[in-house]
Design a binder for this molecule. Structure first.
Ligand code: ATP
Ligand code: MG
Length: 437
């Protein structure tokens, strides 16, 4: 398929248009709604391309997680073209075309910032503060992160536009950043996390020049808004290869920047490391089996021993267990010591899982039956089983609860109350099967 070896993504772009007869992307690989949006834009007189993970994953023989579309229509023009469109984002203005549960994300080609606006638009660390200058497809291709992500499938003639040798990179499983890696990481440090995520998920090698600056630039993650880092964490840890991704994040010293309050993670024998790695392993397995998972669980695991330490501290002040627990939970969850913000609905679940650990320790008889009915019993019991894998002293207690459930098959946890949520305005959905309540 490749006519000649193309240059590295560090050199100038060289557009290669690959006609339909020379590649295997068919409209059958796209969702109906993605096609609707592509044709809607085309029929309204605009250019429209499938871009990014959609093209990349189909070429890799995988089913895309979502379909991203790019066009020369401005967000306002996109809104006029589709009734079911809403515009989102400030730093990066995008259109979401909503088809029930499926959201098709449409971006306008990004252009270059002019010389004098460039300074104003960048932080002291070189980070881009906004990215709403529109341009041509050629310019857009220079602003993408990896060559494998800069492929455009043109709905007008079904050809692929390849600017940076992305098709060849995919064939060689080479994950290579476009342009100078240090500059690109400074513009957006999240690209370091994306490098790790794609390397694991797509079984690609991070090219040497792309990998080289990561360790020294990892501290730049401190400048990323905590809410964005939380979303990235979900994608990194809950997409089915959490354990491997976590290990690579540790290798590149990236995870340590997100949770600087957990130095014990650097020691893989520490209780936190063992508990967290076991939880990631179990989560990967659950996702493989198509079972649901709740993101709160993984954060409850990660911060558990910190909570235990705070709990012991308040207990020493002769407070009743319940009071000590509530104070310890607030001290850990509200500490601001880590660089993600855990949304309230997840923090509530973490609180419940932790508080229930006390109840699992002490309730017997009728109280035990009441505990079985608690809406979060299942998560709390799973949490206890996990703890028992790391702390064998807990095996007896865990077995006791297993038996109580067997002996009382009709006693079931009550349905968890569904908190009212505002409609999701996230830029990108996290992995499938992730329960967000
Ligand atoms: P997946 O959806 O499977 O996680 P993806 O490559 O589609 O992978 P998205 O986050 O959906 O990732 O982004 C779509 C495309 O937008 C990417 O392929 C890339 O071209 C571009 N992109 C996304 N984030 C960045 C970024 N931080 N810097 C540069 N380009 C980006
Ligand atoms: Mg995508």
């Amino acid at each position: 398929m490749c006519k000649k070896a193309l240059g590295k993504s560090s050199e100038r772009p060289q557009l290669r248009i690959i006609p339909r007869s020379e590649h295997n992307i068919s409209r059958k690989n796209l969702s109906k709604n993605a096609l609707r949006v592509l044709y809607g834009l085309k029929d309204a007189g605009y250019e429209a391309y499938l871009v990014g993970g959609g093209v990349r994953d189909i070429l890799l023989g995988l089913a895309p997680k979502d379909f991203d579309i790019v066009t020369n229509a401005t967000p306002e023009e996109i809104k006029k073209t589709f009734r079911n469109c809403r515009l989102i984002g400030r730093r990066f203005r995008l259109a979401h075309i909503v088809f029930g549960p499926e959201i098709i994300e449409v971006a306008t080609f990004r252009g270059h910032h002019s010389e004098d606006s460039a300074g104003k638009n960048q932080s002291d660390h070189g980070q881009l503060l906004s990215d709403n200058v529109y341009g041509s497809i050629d310019e857009d291709a220079e602003r993408r992160d990896f060559s494998a992500n800069a492929l455009y499938y043109n709905i007008a003639d079904f050809s692929i536009y390849d600017y940076w040798g992305g098709v060849e990179a995919i064939e060689q499983r080479n994950l290579d950043l476009i342009g100078d890696p240090e500059t690109r990481y400074r513009e957006d440090p999240v690209r370091m996390l994306r490098a790790v995520r794609f390397a694991v998920k797509l079984e690609m090698q991070i090219s040497e020049r792309t990998a080289k600056p990561i360790k020294s630039l990892a501290p730049l993650l401190q400048n990323i808004p905590k809410a964005r880092l939380f979303e990235e964490c979900l994608k990194l840890l809950l997409s089915g290869q959490g354990l491997e991704t976590y290990k690579m994040l540790m290798f590149y010293q990236l995870f340590q920047q997100i949770f600087p309050n957990l130095p014990e993670l650097d020691n893989d024998k520490s209780a936190t490391s063992r508990l967290f790695e076991q939880a990631l392993k179990n989560t990967d397995l659950r996702l493989k089996q198509g079972l649901r998972i709740t993101p709160a669980f993984i954060f409850a695991v990660l911060l558990w021993y910190q909570y235990q330490e705070a709990f012991a501290h308040y207990q020493q002040q002769a407070l009743p267990d319940q009071d000590a627990a509530h104070l310890a939970i607030s001290a850990v969850l509200d500490s601001g010591a880590y660089n993600v913000v855990i949304p309230k609905r997840f923090a509530t679940t973490i609180r419940e899982i932790w508080i229930l650990q006390l109840r699992l320790q002490f309730s017997r008889g009728n109280k035990a039956l009441k505990t079985l009915e608690h809406p979060r019993f299942r998560a709390a019991y799973d949490f206890l089983l996990l703890r028992a894998e790391v702390e064998p002293d807990l095996t007896e207690l865990a077995n006791w609860w297993t038996q109580v459930q067997k002996d009382n098959p009709t006693v079931k946890p009550a349905q968890a109350e569904q908190p009212k949520r505002r409609p999701r305005r996230r830029r990108r959905p996290a992995g499938k099967n992730v329960k967000t309540e």
